[in-house]
Design a protein around this ligand. Structure first.
Ligand SMILES: *Cc1c(COP(=O)(O)O)cnc(C)c1O
Length: 362
């Protein structure tokens, strides 16, 4: 299939970027801001690049309302490297941490942390194929846990916390890879937030870490230098070469979001988009959504027909119409429409229109 124009891409990540941002990047590709070079070719130690990374941080802080006592780090290695960096840096003397399992990514995070200490599963929804978010509170966490870990939005199963758990004294660590900037969260309730950029922010290659300053500086002496948050915090995310081009694109996405009403306005748009899809699914006799209503993701809308062959036909038929990547994750099957910030409402309308026609044909 050859497409003559841009299509609606429902991929879970890497995923759609705002067309406006892509056009700006294109226009600046050969000569950024009169520098005579592309951002890809520019020294990260130059004044002009310093401005790019500083602006990106300032705009992200403003968008998320990040309190002054938090550091923002621009790292590499994906969310996957954070599965290791978090325990290495935060476990400290107790070597205990509590994890809530709500999907494949939290299971992977906990498995990695087990290499470094005593991990307890505080709660899990594995018994029902991760179709809901457990209701947890301070009694579910050990008082001497060095931190508690959750995955706010579960990209594969399509669920999302609609509350911030009270963990007692343990700093709350969260993987916000597929939800960052999609809704308002009180950052002050978290000890550390990490997110890979390729879902809701930028191309792959950048991981954002937002962490309370008082949690920095506790990596063991023999930790590899790149894995110590303090090194990155002390060097303005430039101890080594940062993912310079991806940070530049991220900065453009931040500016675009600011110009369009910030995160609060984006959350409204996201609620409308996902709400429309879920309403249609709930009212249909062909499709169903497996996740408990109150825990449904605003970003990854998972649905099935209950017939694997029909699911495959749906995905292939949608593709023919320029509605791409609607297959569920290879581990769960069915369908998944990832409707991140950059998915325009018209994309959701086009999908619902296809779903209606497909249903009528059955
Ligand atoms: C995509 C994703 C990951 C993995 O990210 P990488 O950048 O590929 O390491 C981890 N957690 C969540 C919630 C994700 O959506």
């Amino acid at each position: 299939m050859v497409f003559k124009k841009r299509v609606y891409n429902f991929a879970a990540g890497p995923s759609m970027l705002p067309q406006y941002v892509l056009e700006e990047v294109r226009d600046e590709m050969l000569n950024f801001g009169g520098s005579g070079v592309s951002v890809m070719e520019m020294s990260h130690r130059s004044k002009i690049y310093q401005r790019i990374i500083d602006d990106a941080e300032t705009d992200l802080r403003e968008l998320l309302g990040i309190p002054p006592a938090y550091k923002v780090l621009f790292l590499q290695g994906g969310a996957t490297l954070q599965f290791s960096m978090v325990p290495i840096n935060l476990m400290r003397a107790s070597r205990k941490a509590d994890y809530v399992l709500t999907g494949s990514w939290s299971v992977k995070a906990a498995a990695e942390a087990e290499k470094f200490g005593d991990i307890r599963v505080a709660a899990s929804s594995k018994d029902s194929n991760f179709s809901y978010i457990p209701k947890i509170g301070r009694d579910d966490f050990r008082p001497d846990a060095a931190y508690a870990h959750i995955t706010v939005n579960n990209t594969i199963y399509g669920s999302r916390y609609n509350y911030v758990p009270d963990t007692g004294g343990a700093p709350l660590v969260c993987d916000w890879s597929s939800g960052i900037l999609s809704e308002c969260l009180d950052i002050g309730k978290f000890g550390l937030i990490y997110a890979g950029a390729q879902k809701n922010i930028a191309p792959a290659g950048l991981t954002i870490v937002i962490m309370r300053e008082d949690l920095i500086g506790f990596a063991p002496k023999d930790a590899p230098v790149y894995l110590d948050y303090k090194i990155h915090a002390d060097n303005g995310s430039m101890y080594n070469t940062p993912p310079a081009f991806t940070i530049y694109v991220a900065g453009k996405v931040f500016k675009y979001l600011k110009a369009n009403g910030g995160v609060a306005a984006q959350e409204l748009r996201n609620r409308e988009k996902a709400g429309k899809l879920y309403d249609y699914i709930d009212g249909s006799s062909l499709y169903s959504a497996p996740v408990a209503k109150e825990d449904r993701s605003l970003m990854n809308v998972v649905f099935v027909t209950g017939n694997d062959a029909l699911d495959k036909e749906f995905v292939a038929g949608a593709r023919e119409e320029g509605l791409l990547e609607l297959n569920g994750h290879r581990s769960v099957g069915g369908m998944r429409a990832s409707v991140y910030n950059a998915m325009p409402p018209e994309g959701v309308d086009a999908l619902i229109d296809f779903m209606e026609r497909f249903e009528r044909r059955q």
